[in-house]
Design a protein around this ligand. Structure first.
Ligand code: SF4
Length: 115
């Protein structure tokens, strides 16, 4: 059965089809092929969220995974992020949680915290 995907690797958002023979069409560039192959075997996502801080001026601050994680672990990763608290000034890119759930991905700040 034909499968349809929307590539999310860039704003172009190509609509990509994979037919019964595995032929991939609709991708503007080669990255779309890799995206579809990953989606069909082991889908991953970058997770974005916020972490609590001890500071009244900035009660929550935005974070993300520095590389995509397996889609099936998103809820568990979100729970770990919800448990974290920032209690010191930190810069963009600083690691809040290292190697979260052994995925090889770190949770990093995407905004500075009091710096
Ligand atoms: S296939 Fe290439 S051009 Fe199209 S959305 Fe994906 S990355 Fe962008």
């Amino acid at each position: 059965m034909e499968k349809n995907f929307i590539c999310i690797l860039c704003p172009r958002g190509c609509r990509i089809k994979v037919d019964d023979e595995g032929t991939i069409t609709g991708n503007f560039c080669k990255r779309g092929i890799g995206y579809v192959q990953t989606e069909m075997t082991a889908p991953t996502r970058v997770v974005t969220s916020t972490v609590r801080t001890i500071y009244k001026e900035i009660p929550r601050i935005s974070v993300k995974t520095d590389i995509p994680i397996p889609k099936g672990l998103i809820m568990d990763v979100m729970q770990k992020i919800n448990e974290a608290v920032i209690d010191k000034p930190m810069a963009i890119g600083d690691i809040i949680i290292e190697n979260i759930l052994d995925t090889g991905s770190n949770i990093v700040l995407t905004k500075p915290c009091l710096k």
